[in-house]
Design a protein around this ligand. Structure first.
Ligand SMILES: *Cc1c(COP(=O)(O)O)cnc(C)c1O
Length: 231
């Protein structure tokens, strides 16, 4: 049994907190029952995250009025589920899987984020910071996918603050680089917009560290246990 009153209380409190920082909340429902998902949809939650492709497909079919975000690692043979049913794909980490998904996208551009293994830890998903720029230029050749930002997870034993700050400065560096390319084609550098007009969003922060992520400039946070679990 879902304690709906307590769930709604947590949701309202989180909404109020995030709204003041203009941060979007992804409700990560991978361990949540349908009843809890329906309760939040009725309350007005629009964005949900699932980490398994089949579960995303099933829930997108069951709850078509809201947006379903793919946040987990993806196997190529599940590419079509994401191409057809995901509102956004947060965990792009290799060009082969990206091509597989792009091949199944029709009649739209699928917004995607590149997942970065910021601390470059072997067992963590995501591309190493050094490889982000070249993956981005490969992704540019896939018009079915629209890169709108970067995503990361802080290492379980590690400095979340440093991790999120590193993703932010990686993003800022990429933007400065594209601005440099832009400025070099112009007669004058004056008038080039500042890097704070961010062309790449940051999706970072989970229940345990979202406040740190927001302080470091997160545009979207992914909340599972802190939203759905009591206590
Ligand atoms: C499960 C999951 C979350 C949510 O984690 P909580 O600590 O429960 O908030 C966020 N991001 C990803 C990629 C996840 O798999």
């Amino acid at each position: 049994m879902v304690n709906k009153q307590a769930l709604l209380q947590r949701w309202h409190a989180l909404c109020a907190e995030l709204e003041s920082d203009h941060v979007t909340m992804l409700a990560v429902s991978k361990y949540a029952p349908d009843e809890a998902v329906q309760c939040l949809i009725d309350a007005g939650q629009m964005d949900f995250g699932e980490s398994r492709a089949q579960n995303l497909r099933d829930r997108a079919l069951q709850f078509p009025s809201v947006r379903w975000h793919m946040i987990g690692p993806l196997q190529k043979n599940k590419a079509k589920y994401i191409a057809r049913h995901a509102a956004m794909w947060h965990s792009v980490e290799d060009i082969e899987t990206a091509r597989a998904v792009a091949g199944h996208v029709s009649d739209r551009r699928l917004p995607v984020l590149v997942q970065v293994n910021v601390a470059d830890i072997g067992h963590q998903h995501g591309v190493s910071p050094d490889a982000v720029a070249s993956l981005l230029s490969e992704l540019e050749k896939l018009p079915a996918l629209q890169v709108i930002g970067l995503m990361c997870m802080a290492p379980r034993q590690g400095d979340a603050h440093a991790c999120f700050a590193a993703l932010r400065s990686l993003r800022d560096g990429l933007l400065n680089r594209s601005l440099d390319a832009y400025a070099s084609q112009q007669p004058s550098r004056s008038g080039a917009p500042g890097s704070e007009s961010s062309g790449l969003s940051l999706c970072m922060g989970m229940s345990g560290d979202y406040r740190i992520a927001i302080a470091e400039g997160a545009d979207m946070v992914r909340l599972g246990s802190g939203l759905f679990d009591a206590g």
